[in-house]
Design a protein around this ligand. Sequence first.
Ligand code: CP
Ligand code: NVA
Length: 310
Amino acid sequence: MKHLLKLLDLKESEILDILNLADQLKYEKKNGIEHKYLEGKSLGMIFQKSSTRTRVSFETGMYQLGGQALFLSPRDLQIGRGEPIEDTARVLSRYLDGIMIRTFAQQEVEDLAKYGSIPIINGLTDFAHPCQVLADLMTIREYKGEFDNLKLTFVGDGNNMANSLIVGCLKVGMQVAIACPYDYRPDATVINFAEKYGDKFTITPDVMKACKDADVIYTDVWASMGQEGEAEKRKQAFKGYQVNAETMSVAKKDAMVLHCLPAHRGEEITAEVLEAHPEIFDEAENRLHAQKAVMVKLMADKDVLKAKHI
Ligand code: CP
Ligand code: NVA
């Protein structure tokens, strides 16, 4: 594994390796065991969209691993004035040891990897949010102990979160049900991928049907970053696509609720359900541990990995 561009690129064993290392790093962090596996390394972080979790978890994670992170805003970078991504990639590769990028088009992330010579990490595009789903899988395994045949139901927009959850959950052996309006289905490449998993994947406009017997219920905002202008239209389209007491009543009794956050209480999730499921904040914490694992896998020197048996 050279980059983390999207989960479609990863084998199941690569996903599990990251999750195992994330568990180890979390244990080390909680027990005060120093793990400076990235001493002397620098991560550039390009943000074309807002962020709370991704920015803070990458920046502190890099610090905890002994390296440094540079926040690069498009307002300051020459990208904002039109410098092409292929030149930016080649130049930044001469200074940095890795780049995390949050942007709109998936192609931009793929191009950074194509033209640069250092590991690229996708910190969210319109197509995918692989770091979030690694943290989600880590959280599911913490609570449920295993993945086999657990059913995750995603309620709402077939967006970047839905795309990445479908791929990540199916790859580790889970079942995935999507409840979304017909006009807001996940990306066609993801649906094609999922259909190979037969009846482990289902998609329906019927929220209650999708939530039946779910082990994990997941939702995300109706209007993602960049879609602010469509917010009113989307409020109409997604009426009823809400995680609430009624949807929870048909899920398994011990069903988890996950949300990548930020959440819009009263839209995709009720305040009552959100507040009753503190695992959502374990999920947010796990961004830190999962991303540290990704950075170690992609950026640590071979002798460090060997010495630490990683
Ligand atoms: N879930 C997530 O990626 O949060 P931020 O947008 O705050 O980074
Ligand atoms: N779908 C949301 C996820 C935010 C973490 C967005 O892209 O804005």
